[in-house]
Design a protein around this ligand. Structure first.
Ligand SMILES: [Zn+2]
Ligand SMILES: [Zn+2]
Length: 204
């Protein structure tokens, strides 16, 4: 019942188009909106659409107890989420790290964003090779902001998928940086390499 295990590369590829992706994306948004309104959504089903033959299918799925990778992106167990009384719009990266270190009773933690989002930490000019600190998420930096002030070349964002030095983000709030209210963040205890989940519960 699972698509989470990597399969060997396939020889034959089925061409697809953005149109079909758009139909599926529209369905996903429809289910998300229904879920947010407390309406029923299909569970344990795989719904598919063949764009060349106009065929919709709806297959029932069964859980497989022996699946070894199934838990990779399954829902987090509520009991393991630490609730922090912090709000994204009022908390800096430094304050978040201080709270997490205290909660875990350790001195070194890493914010792990690998399955979440990339953060912009600087803009680099390919022409004059200057790097300027900047914060935000990929896709939020406008073209005007991206232009190099010295040579007007478009600069490329330098992004990171984990944070070890919260001071790099200065006084910017988590919201400024691109972390939304109520987010659940994954921290790694550097010494023990264990993962811990923290929710910005002050927003909820
Ligand atoms: Zn599975
Ligand atoms: Zn430049």
């Amino acid at each position: 019942s699972c698509l989470k295990t990597a399969l060997p590369p396939i020889e034959r590829h089925i061409p697809t188009t953005p149109t079909i992706s758009a139909i599926i994306a529209g369905l996903q948004v429809q289910y998300a909106v229904r879920l947010l309104h407390g309406k029923p959504i299909p569970r344990s089903h795989r719904i598919g659409y063949y764009g060349l033959s106009d065929l919709f299918f709806d297959a029932a799925l069964l859980p497989t107890a022996t699946c070894t990778t199934h838990a990779y992106s399954d829902p987090l167990p509520l009991s393991e989420i630490h609730e922090l009384p912090l709000r994204a719009a009022e908390t800096t990266m430094g304050e978040l790290f201080a709270t997490v270190r205290k909660e875990l009773g350790v001195s070194e933690v890493i914010l792990d964003l690998y399955d979440d989002r990339d953060l912009v930490v600087a803009l680099r000019c390919p022409a004059c090779r200057k790097e300027t600190p900047a914060v935000g998420v990929v896709g939020k930096v406008t073209e005007a902001e991206a232009r190099c002030p010295s040579c007007t070349e478009i600069r490329t964002p330098h992004t990171v998928a984990s944070v070890e030095a919260p001071e790099d983000f200065g006084d910017h709030t988590l919201l400024d940086i691109g972390i939304p209210p109520g987010q659940i963040l994954v921290f790694r205890d550097r010494a023990r390499s264990t993962l811990h989940f923290f929710e910005l519960s002050g927003d909820l």
